[in-house]
Design a protein around this ligand. Structure first.
Ligand SMILES: *Cc1c(COP(=O)(O)O)cnc(C)c1O
Length: 566
């Protein structure tokens, strides 16, 4: 133990040291020291503190070890011997991807512009051939999400609407006043669905991803201008859509992911609270999220948003008209509020091209009022090309798509939407019911109330089940990871096929159980299960990034590339 005198002595020493430093050190050294301490504080102590506070010591250590192991593997993977092995594997996967994805029309081949233009009729013939290539049978409702309506009458209406405004560009409202009116009306109709106040406003965008990019960008700009935040942070549930990860990357924002409540598979509000810092520029929640179709506790998120004065974005990209029409369809209100009725909600994204049934390329980003919206605008008043203002990420925009959305909405009307959404919700309930009550080996994830139903299994390999459903019966369910699961987004097209799906699921589950009993859980041959196995392992996850890159490369392969390789 130090005695009182010892402490006095030490303090005196310290005082002298500080005084000595203060009087005897040159200003330059002082500045250097200050920089050193500041850097240490800012780039080491602060992040450590934030991590430990946000995720706890144990998780922070896990993050750190994972990070280190990944770094080590990335170095190991660069060693020539190993690299050549990996490259061989990647080539194999690429070849298999090519054989699966590249399905070509026999009489169509244009890797360069044809010397002489083809006649109208010849082009149509080629389109016919391309249209008839063998693919996933979406028309029978066998694919999760993807095509949300697909009715012939509606397609006819949309094509006609497109036809009339094919050349229009929203960048030029003076040339296309009709498009301006329709765009403003589409935004207004959707604002009304989400209970915006008269000050509510928004813009159209090209899709959910652009809407989410814009919400994050606007929040970042608002944080910078109004609060001087230079290192913006996003706090979102780990189930938030990949587009928010994209926004964080594009706009150099830090994304902090909040855990889920293990029972409800919705965001853990206490964890969100712990992740909020003075740099938080936006909170997000989903209604519902893509993976599990569960809806975060938006009222509680709204409370946090108000309390800490941080904007709250609700991602209703997928929920779109399903969540908005829940009350009319089910004849009872949604269990809690999720839209502009809540004081903390400052922006909402809604994909008109999902359950709004508009042509693809259509989404709405809405704000509580124009004080929030103005931060997504791009304005340049000193460009030599003239005064320039653009409301969204794109410059020129296809007016015809907005016209398609407008025509769809006034054609279906309140009664039309209510009817379709009722069917969709009823069918989602059928699937949910079957999984809970009729297929013991499958476990529902959370308590989905809308159109997306996801399930996992402790008994069989769920990805192998997905592959079997695809090979045997042509189903295309979405694969999820952490935990491994499958989901179906019920659409209008699924209405005809939901009972078949339940039957096929029962048959495949039974077969998987058989094989598992005989040969073990991972015995079933499944490309998807293998791929997710590779993705799950810390050591090989970086290779998966390359495989996904391969997939993207394959999308742009033509015959010309094959000749190049020879
Ligand atoms: C589909 C989806 C998005 C993004 O939409 P895109 O139109 O594919 O860009 C965003 N959030 C959720 C929850 C979605 O399901």
């Amino acid at each position: 133990m130090l005695s009182h005198v010892d402490i006095e002595f030490l303090l005196e020493e310290l005082r002298e040291y500080i005084a000595g430093y203060y009087f005897n050190t040159s200003i330059i050294i002082k500045f250097k020291d200050f920089l050193f301490v500041y850097t240490l504080y800012k780039y080491l102590l602060c992040p450590i503190f934030q991590n430990v506070y946000g995720y706890g010591i144990y998780r922070s250590l896990t993050f750190l070890t994972t990070y280190i192991i990944k770094k080590i593997y990335s170095i190991v993977f660069k060693l020539p011997v190993i690299r050549s092995k990996i490259e061989k594997e990647i080539k194999k996967t690429q070849a298999s991807l090519e054989s699966q994805l590249i399905i070509k029309a026999d009489h169509v081949n244009h890797s360069i512009i044809p010397d002489h233009g083809l006649s109208f009729k010849d082009v149509m013939n080629q389109l016919d051939e391309l249209d008839h290539l063998k693919s996933v049978s979406w028309k029978e409702g066998k694919i999760s999400g993807a095509v949300y309506h697909g009715g012939d009458d509606l397609i006819k209406l949309q094509t006609e609407a497109y036809h009339r405004f094919a050349v229009s560009n929203q960048l030029h409202p003076d040339a296309f006043p009709g498009v301006r009116q329709m765009e403003s009306e589409v935004v207004s109709m959707v604002l009304n669905l989400f209970n915006a106040s008269p000050e509510g406003c928004g813009t159209t965008s090209s899709g959910g991803t652009e809407s989410l990019l814009l919400a994050c960008l606007a929040a970042r700009e608002r944080g910078r201008v109004e609060k001087g935040i230079t290192e913006p942070e996003i706090v979102a549930p780990k189930t938030i859509h990949a587009a928010v990860f994209k926004a964080a990357k594009y706009f150099k924002m830090k994304l902090l992911l909040a855990d889920l409540d293990p029972k409800t598979f919705t965001v853990d509000i206490n964890h969100v609270k712990r992740l909020i810092t003075k740099n938080t520029v936006i909170l997000l929640g989903s209604a519902p999220n893509f993976p599990y179709g569960t809806v975060d506790d938006i009222p509680k998120l709204s409370n946090l948003a108000v309390r800490y004065d941080i904007p709250l974005h609700v991602d209703c990209c997928l929920g779109s008209f399903v969540v908005a029409y829940y009350e009319k369809a089910m004849k009872k209100p949604f269990p809690f509020e999720f839209d502009f009725r809540l004081p903390g909600v400052t922006s909402i994204s809604c994909d008109t091209h999902k359950y709004g049934f508009a042509p693809k390329g259509s989404s709405i980003i809405m704000y509580k009022n124009s004080d929030y919206r103005k931060y997504q605008y791009y304005i340049s008043s000193d460009w030599v090309g003239g005064l320039y203002g653009s409301p969204t990420l794109a410059g020129s925009r296809p007016g015809a798509l907005t016209v398609g959305a407008w025509a769809t909405m006034i054609h279906l009307g309140d009664d039309g939407y209510t009817e379709i959404i009722t069917d969709i919700l009823e069918n989602a309930k059928l699937l949910k019911h079957a999984i809970v009550n009729e297929i013991d080996e499958l476990d529902l994830i959370g308590d989905p109330l809308l159109s997306v139903i996801s399930f996992k299994s402790d008994v069989i390999n769920i990805h192998a089940l997905g592959d079997m459903m695809s090979k045997k019966y042509g189903w295309h369910l979405s694969s999820l990871q952490q935990p491994a699961a499958l989901h179906l987004a019920v659409t209008k097209l699924t209405n005809q096929s939901i009972l078949d799906l339940i039957n096929d699921l029962k048959k495949c589950v039974a077969e998987c159980v058989e094989i598992t009993k005989r040969e073990g859980k991972d015995s079933i041959k499944s490309d998807t299960a293998q791929l997710y196995g590779v993705a799950e392992s810390i050591s090989t996850s970086s290779v998966v990034d390359e495989l996904v890159g391969c997939f993207l490369n394959v999308m742009y392969k033509t015959d010309k590339d094959n000749f190049d390789n020879e």
